[in-house]
Design a protein around this ligand. Structure first.
Ligand SMILES: *Cc1c(COP(=O)(O)O)cnc(C)c1O
Length: 496
C-alpha cells in the first residue's frame, strides 16, 4: 500500500468517466432465444437495482487498472531490499513455462499413466532439492516455509516417538530466529527454549550447552542466520545437540547465499525446508501461493508425508506406502505451479548458475553493507552472506529520527524499505537484502538515498519524521490495514 507510482494531476476517476451506453466490449448479436432471468432465478436472488458500475470505454478501463497497478511498489518497478524475504527479480520465462497448458490444465485426480510428465517433473525436483540441501529424500507437499517447518518438526517428533523418546518436548531456538520458528514449535506441541547469540552474532555455545538435555527434540537454526551471518561453529553445535539425542532442523527459507557452496545436510542437519517462493523464482509476499518442500536424511525418510513421487523402471508413480508416514499435510500434491517455476529456474540456471547466484547475492550484500556502514551503525562488523543488518540508533539518539521514519522516507526516493525492527536483538534494525539480481548502479543509488536520509536526519529531521511526502497514501494504520483490508476501489478515494 506504500507505492508511489504516478500521481496524475488531472487524474480522472473511473466513475467520473462513466457515460450511459459507453462500453469496453462488443458481443456478437444473440442467435438463440433470449431467456427471462426472472423465470430461471429464484425470486430472492434477483437484483432489484442495477449494479452501480461505471460505463466506460476499453481505453478507460486499461488506463484505470494500469494506474492502479503502479500505485503499489513492486519488484518489477524498483529495488525491494526486504531482508529475509528475498524479493528478487525473477525471469518471466519461468512464468511462461508454468503457464503451459499441460501444467495448468492437469487435474490432480488424472490417472498416473496420463500425467507421467508432471510426475517426472516432481520426481526430478525432489532429487534436485535433495542434492542442493544435502539430504536423502524430499516431500513437495508443504505450502509455505512455516508449513515446511511444521511438517519437518512433526517428522522429527514421529521419529523420536518411534524410538521410544516421545517424552521429548523442548525445541531450542536462537534469539535471532525468524518468528515462524517458535510459532512452529508451539503448534507442534512443544516448548521453546531461547538460546542467546554471542558477540559475533552466532549461537553462544555455552548457553547452548546449558539448555541441551534429554528433553530436547531439536535445535531450529538458520545459517546464515537472520543477521546474515554464517555460524562457523555449526559442526560443534551439531555435535552438542546430537550428543543429547536431539536433531537439527535447518530453516532453509533463504538459500541464495550458500547454494553450490555449502549444504545443510553436510553440516549435520537432519531436516531442511526450502522456500521455493524466495530462493527459486517465485517472489515472497504478494499473497500468492508458496511452496515449502521439506527434505530429510534417510533415517527419517519413513516418516515423510504421503504420497512421495517414485520411479520403477521408466514409470513414475505416487507412492503411498511410506511405512510410518505422518500422513498428508496438504491436499493433493502441494502447490504444483510454484514447483514448476522452481524447476524451470533450476534447470535454466544449472549447478554453475546456482553457484553464481550465491556469489552475486553475497557480493551485493557486502558491497552495500560497506556503503551503509558509513552513516548507520553496524552491530556485527564482519563479512555477511546474502543480507545484513544496520541500525538507526545513531539517528534516533541524536536527532529523534526513528528507523520507521527512515523506512518511510525511502519511499520518497522510489525505494521499498528494508525489513525493519527485525531481528529483535538489534535495536532500530534495518535488515537489508539486496539480492543477486540488482546491478551496481541500483545498489549505489540506494546507498546514496540512505546517505541523503542520514544527512536530512541531522539537518532537517522533520522532513524524515513527516515522510512519506510523495506517495499516494501516507502513513497507514498498518495493524488496521491488515485486519480490515479495504481492497475495493470505490471511486471515493481522497488524497490522504
Ligand atoms: C520467510 C521465512 C520463513 C517463513 O516462510 P513463509 O513461507 O513466509 O512461511 C521462515 N524462516 C525464515 C528465515 C524466513 O526468512
Amino acid at each position: 500500500m506504500s507505492g508511489k507510482g504516478y500521481v496524475y494531476k488531472n487524474e480522472p476517476l473511473i466513475f467520473e468517466l462513466s457515460a450511459p451506453g459507453r462500453r469496453a466490449y462488443s458481443l456478437p448479436a444473440l442467435d438463440v432465444p433470449a431467456s427471462d432471468l426472472a423465470e430461471v432465478l429464484p425470486e430472492d436472488q434477483l437484483r432489484r437495482e442495477p449494479a452501480a458500475l461505471p460505463e466506460v470505454s476499453e481505453v478507460d478501463v486499461v488506463r484505470h487498472f494500469t494506474r492502479l497497478s503502479q500505485r503499489n511498489h513492486g519488484v518489477d518497478l524498483g529495488f525491494y531490499p526486504l531482508g529475509s524475504c528475498t524479493m528478487k527479480y525473477n525471469p518471466k520465462v519461468n512464468e511462461v513455462v508454468a503457464n503451459l497448458d499441460g501444467f495448468t490444465g492437469v487435474h490432480p485426480l488424472t490417472p498416473e499413466e496420463l500425467v507421467q510428465g508432471a510426475l517426472q517433473l516432481m520426481y526430478e525436483m525432489q532429487g534436485y532439492l535433495a542434492e542442493i540441501g544435502g539430504v536423502d529424500e524430499v516431500s513437495l507437499q508443504p505450502a509455505a516455509g512455516a508449513h515446511g517447518e511444521f511438517t519437518g518438526v512433526s517428522i522429527i517428533r514421529a521419529y523420536l516417538e518411534d524410538r521410544g523418546e516421545g517424552h521429548r518436548h523442548k525445541i531450542i531456538i536462537p534469539d535471532s530466529a525468524h518468528g515462524t520458528n517458535p510459532a512452529t514449535a508451539v503448534v507442534a506441541g512443544c516448548r521453546t527454549v531461547e538460546v542467546k547469540s554471542d558477540e559475533r552474532g552466532g549461537v553462544d555455545l555455552e548457553s547452548l550447552k546449558a539448555v541441551v538435555d534429554e528433553d530436547v527434540v531439536c535445535l531450529m537454526l538458520t545459517n546464515p542466520n537472520t543477521l546474515g551471518l554464517f555460524d562457523e561453529n555449526i559442526h560443534e553445535i551439531a555435535e552438542i545437540v546430537h550428543e543429547a539425542g536431539g536433531l537439527l532442523y535447518y530453516d532453509g527459507a533463504n538459500l541464495n547465499a550458500t547454494m553450490g557452496y555449502a549444504r545443510p545436510g553436510d553440516a549435520g542437519f537432519d531436516v531442511v525446508h526450502f522456500n521455493l517462493h524466495k530462493t527459486f523464482a517465485t517472489p515472497h509476499g504478494g499473497g500468492g501461493p508458496g511452496s515449502g518442500p521439506v527434505g530429510v536424511k534417510k533415517e527419517l525418510a519413513d516418516f515423510l508425508p504421503v504420497p512421495v513421487v517414485r520411479k520403477t523402471g521408466d514409470r513414475y508413480f505416487l507412492d503411498y506406502s511410506v511405512p510410518k508416514t505422518i500422513g498428508r499435510v496438504k491436499s493433493f500434491h502441494g502447490n504444483f505451479g510454484v514447483v514448476v517455476k522452481a524447476y524451470a529456474y533450476i534447470r535454466s540456471m544449472g549447478p554453475d548458475g546456482l553457484k553464481r547466484v550465491s556469489e552475486d547475492a553475497v557480493l551485493n550484500a557486502n558491497f552495500l553493507m560497506r556503503k551503509l556502514a558509513r552513516d548507520y551503525h553496524l552491530t556485527y562488523d564482519r563479512i555477511c552472506k546474502h543480507e545484513f543488518v544496520v541500525s538507526g540508533v545513531r539517528q534516533k539518539e541524536r536527532y529523534g529520527v526513528k528507523t520507521l521514519d527512515i523506512a518511510k522516507r525511502l519511499l520518497d526516493y522510489d525505494f521499498h524499505a528494508p525489513t525493519v525492527y527485525f531481528p529483535l536483538i538489534v535495536p532500530e534494525a534495518l535488515m537489508v537484502e539486496p539480492t543477486e539480481t540488482e546491478s551496481r548502479e541500483t545498489l549505489e543509488a540506494f546507498a546514496e538515498a540512505m546517505a541523503a536520509i542520514a544527512r536530512e536526519a541531522a539537518e532537517d529531521p522533520d522532513k524524515v519524521t513527516g515522510a512519506p511526502h510523495t506517495t499516494f497514501v501516507k502513513r497507514l494504520d498498518e495493524a488496521r490495514a491488515v485486519r480490515q483490508p479495504d481492497v475495493a476501489f470505490k471511486g471515493d478515494l481522497e488524497e490522504k
